[in-house]
Design a binder for this molecule. Sequence first.
Ligand SMILES: [Zn+2]
Ligand SMILES: [Zn+2]
Length: 215
Amino acid sequence: MKLIIIYDNKVYKEGIGLKSDWGFSCLIGTADEAILFDTGARGNILLSNMGKLGIDPRMISKIVISHEHWDHSGGLQALVPLVGDVELYRLGKKSPSENMQLVSAEEPQEITEGMYTTGRFKGPVDEQSLVLKGKKGRYVLVGCSHPGVEKIIDAAKQYGNIVGLVGGLHGFNNFSVLEELDLVCPCHCTVHKRKIRELFPETSVDCGVGRLIEI
Ligand SMILES: [Zn+2]
Ligand SMILES: [Zn+2]
């Protein structure tokens, strides 16, 4: 599986016109599908970054919205005329269009082969995260981790040994939780990015638009 960061507070791959903005979006490519996790805040930036990264919206088959904050769901509307028929995994009860078929994400379930949603987690803002099957183990992809990184990782363990964590970690500072991981990519709203890079120089990597992660 391949992950490519499309929307983030920082640009990782300089020189090709990618834009940074407060928000998060990541495309997950499997052998036969492209699944979009979150859509960033602004449709024009999302689409511009997708274009620069050579991502055609028509190849997206499923869209997952981690939680109902504008910086994760704001770009959804702009995709409506550009995608075909897609499944929309969202905790909010609304689809912006008929071609986005709402699928209940309340319960843990398989989204496609080797990819699972944790279902709804209660938090200051309710959120769902994804668990991805990589070569070395399971990777957790998070939006903002509002319900808490520890809680999300614990629940994700039902799908197997967790070896990686990618996404927004918000104010998370219980760093010992990260010791057991082979890959940590702190993105978007993560407050302690620098600290995480310092503590885990071998296993952590910088996030940003254009960052490609193979798992
Ligand atoms: Zn949020
Ligand atoms: Zn956010």
